[in-house]
Design a protein around this ligand. Structure first.
Ligand SMILES: Cc1cc2nc3c(=O)[nH]c(=O)nc-3n(C[C@H](O)[C@H](O)[C@H](O)COP(=O)(O)OP(=O)(O)OC[C@H]3O[C@@H](n4cnc5c(N)ncnc54)[C@H](O)[C@@H]3O)c2cc1C
Length: 370
């Protein structure tokens, strides 16, 4: 039996960034458990790696802003090389979508995010392949970009490991029981672990993990999304920003010498390794033909799927369970878990070290529990 003050379940961005920020606050008695043989096997290793500060949910804005600032300027003692390509981003909108983007831009500016509203011709000048695309306007954010997700995840884990956190891979938590002393006993493939605090960073499995500890399920839905990559394309400029048409839900960005593309599909599935659905490729081709015809000739070289776990109100779940003393959630990071990773880990670490009375209402699991 191994004893620890804190056990974190899950070595994706939620768990790794929480371990990192606990370690930065001098907390060293941490065990991190991951069911897979490697960290980042699920959502954290299968995403589009885009850093996006302007989002539609107002409560997330400070997390995207602070998370992006961290990624642009990693601390001096950061242990891993991580490339951040500050190529900027263009969010395209039409009709109501364009109205909404203008509101998001105003909110972004008020929070110190550097955004500009561009005309379609300004956007086309920057990314000529948009010449035939139809949209009413664009939101340009120069400080967005693309991050090396593997280096980033590895950096969080390396720092935590170098400051005392113990990590076990291939260690699935199969049962959690309450001990007579008020702590928890966790059964894993590798043996029993005891802890005073359990931190649920289980991604798509956040509810099944919570159920083991007796917590009520929260309205969290794992939803599949596919990403596609093209072969090298001579006309792609690696300095183009990532471009997202938020009205028609389709995006692309430079990837190597080609492009990465997404039709923004969203289908609820049980937690797991989601199978790919070949029909999404047709959906992508239709959207491109209609809304980004300049990309119509792009062929697809590879594609894969991952799960984004979304809370019903679009906000994250970061906080103490209102009923199960000592059980903490870091879940529901949806489509923003890379950008916000450091800000999420910092908030989680602040609340965990402050003790179980502390909550931030916007993210508290208590908002769902009556
Ligand atoms: C297609 C796609 C594109 C995306 N694009 C972006 C983007 O461009 N920018 C952005 O910011 N975000 C993006 N995201 C979102 C981002 O990837 C997620 O928000 C983030 O990775 C979630 O991290 P997580 O740690 O919560 O989950 P995960 O990475 O899934 O980690 C949870 C871990 O918990 C482990 N686990 C579960 N149950 C147990 C158990 N019982 N015992 C032990 N271990 C367990 C799992 O194995 C898993 O490794 C995208 C996501 C997808 C799917």
């Amino acid at each position: 039996m191994i004893a620890s003050e804190y056990v974190i379940i899950g070595a994706g961005f939620a768990g790794a960034a929480t371990a990192y920020h606990l370690a930065r606050r001098g907390v060293t008695d941490i065990i991190l458990l991951e069911q897979e043989a490697i960290p980042g096997f699920h959502s954290s290793g299968r995403n589009a790696a885009m850093v996006r500060q302007c989002v539609s949910e107002p409560a997330l804005f400070s997390l995207t802003r602070d998370g992006a600032a961290f990624l642009r300027n990693l601390p001096a003692d950061w242990p891993e090389p991580v490339q951040f390509k500050q190529i900027g981003s263009l969010l395209l909108g039409s009709g109501e979508g364009w109205q909404k983007l203008q509101i998001d831009a105003a909110r972004g500016r008020s929070l110190g995010v550097d955004v500009e509203l561009w005309t379609p011709s300004q956007a086309r000048q920057h990314v000529p392949v948009l010449d035939d695309a139809e949209f009413d306007g664009a939101l340009w954010c120069a400080t967005d970009g693309v991050i090396d997700i593997h280096g980033l995840l590895s950096g969080y884990l390396k720092y935590a490991g170098a400051h005392g956190a113990r990590m076990f891979f291939g260690a699935e938590v199969g049962a959690i029981e309450r001990r007579a002393d008020g702590g928890f006993e966790l059964r894993t493939d590798g043996g029993i672990i005891t802890a005073r605090t359990v931190i649920d960073a289980g991604g798509a499995w956040a509810n099944p993990v919570a159920a083991m500890a007796g917590a009520v399920a929260l309205p969290l839905k794992p939803c599949r999304r596919h990403l596609f990559t093209s072969p090298p394309l001579s006309w792609v400029d690696a300095q183009w920003p990532w471009v997202w048409d938020v009205t028609h839900d389709v995006y692309f960005r430079p990837e190597g010498e080609g492009l990465l593309l997404c039709a923004c599909d969203q289908e609820e599935l049980p937690p797991g390794d989601p199978p790919v659905d070949p029909t999404i490729r047709e959906r992508l081709a239709e959207k491109i033909q209609r809304y980004m015809p300049g990309l119509s000739d792009v062929s697809i070289h590879k594609y894969w799927a991952g799960l984004r776990t979304l809370a019903s109100d679009g906000r994250f779940v970061i906080g103490w369970d209102p009923r199960i003393h000592g059980f903490f959630w870091v879940a529901g990071l949806g489509g923003h878990g890379v950008t916000t990773s450091s800000a999420v880990g910092a908030l989680a670490a602040d609340l965990i070290t402050a003790g179980s009375g502390q909550q931030v209402d916007a993210f508290s699991p208590a908002r769902f529990v009556t």
